[in-house]
Design a binder for this molecule. Sequence first.
Ligand SMILES: [Zn+2]
Length: 467
Amino acid sequence: MIQAVQARRWQQVAACILAVYLALPQPSPAVTKMKLRGYITARVDDRTLAILDDKLELTVASRIAGQDASGEHAMTMADLGPGMLIEAEGQWIDRHKFFAEKINVDLRDAEKQVQGAAYLQEEPGEASKISGGEAAALKADGYWLDLTAQTRREWDGAKVASASATGSAMGARDRALAGYQVKYSGARRSDGRIAAERVELGGPAPADAYKMPHDVQVAVGKDPQTGIDVIEFRHGNKVQGRMKLFPVRSVQEYVTTLGDSLLPQGNRGTSKALEFRFFVVEDSSINAASLPDGTLIINTALLGAIQNEAQLAFVLSHEIAHVLQVHYWREVHETRGQRVGLVIAGLAAGAFIGDLGTFLAGMGIASVVNGHQRELENQADRLGLQNVIEHGYDPREAPKFCRMIIERYGDRSTSKVWSNHDSSLLRGSFLTVQLMRQYPESQFEQTKRDSSAFRAMREAMGPVKIE
Ligand SMILES: [Zn+2]
């Protein structure tokens, strides 16, 4: 779907869970060196590591090095364990079996010490305790932060609000903090919660952060030639591109109902220039995308490939988090991203979009389809996992979805799009590790996986074309 996006940044290669067009590199007759990147999910034995279903075999000759801010450090096999982010160089010796000549460990991805910044997706339940210096719990960035009397805090909602134009429009009493930014640091405890050392309340993202670039509007319309329902990308009064809406109303309604049910409470009643809308479009590639304005586009092939409602709930929650965390805007502002002019090459005005990734690349927002940089994808995954858990779904279905994709495309001799198979392995292993370290005591046996509404939706879809 996105093969035409040539000069893709590395961050975009470490792509979204949904940009899943990867193939396992095949053990080919001409032995080529490969790289494998992901989080160690298990130590099988003294010489074997696992990243999901892939086993990495090491010998005494395998070189292991750790990288941190101070440089490279020699490590041994004994130093390696679940949760570490590694890049292995070597060869496939069998399906799911990789011989690792060299392993680089990313030590900056420390497992105990965490810090970050995130917009609150919900009203904090204990805001007055937080501002009053008391012990309190705060849900932020997909974590539970525990504040004690020792936690350093800068938490004055009124002050932050008066400093930001959006906030000052609100009443001083009962100030809504959903949408406000929290910066935090702390240490992960063995129960997965974070002992907060510092929390700092900041302002909300500007309204511009939820706008499509170049003031492009996304609207429902009809194709003038065929009369079928479409979504249109409008620039001024020009239609830059159309996508065919899947014509079965009950399918659209199911996805909208599920999506709405997953929206965090804090999304309602805020002053954000944002409206979530869910559209199922006819597209044979397994993908979904969230646009900055809250438009979620779900391909028919994704609905056809996904195995149950828990998996779909995770996918939608992940995309919702991209929007609420203004990831597109953050990439532009924090990384001076390559926002480009409105160049929608090779598309006659009003034509159907053949490839959403290419189309959006012309608008400078390829990352909403191709995946954001890893930190942002991880944040969307953390928030997505927390959201599905709170809605009673089995979060283990999230990494299962990645494994299914790896299996599905693993038999291809060539990957249509990717030259490596980073994405699904990286995402799936991150989700697995995240569940292990953040929810170590949770039992998910009694949680929801499927629903009759999901089955009915699949029934209504009929056969689905999947590439
Ligand atoms: Zn993503």
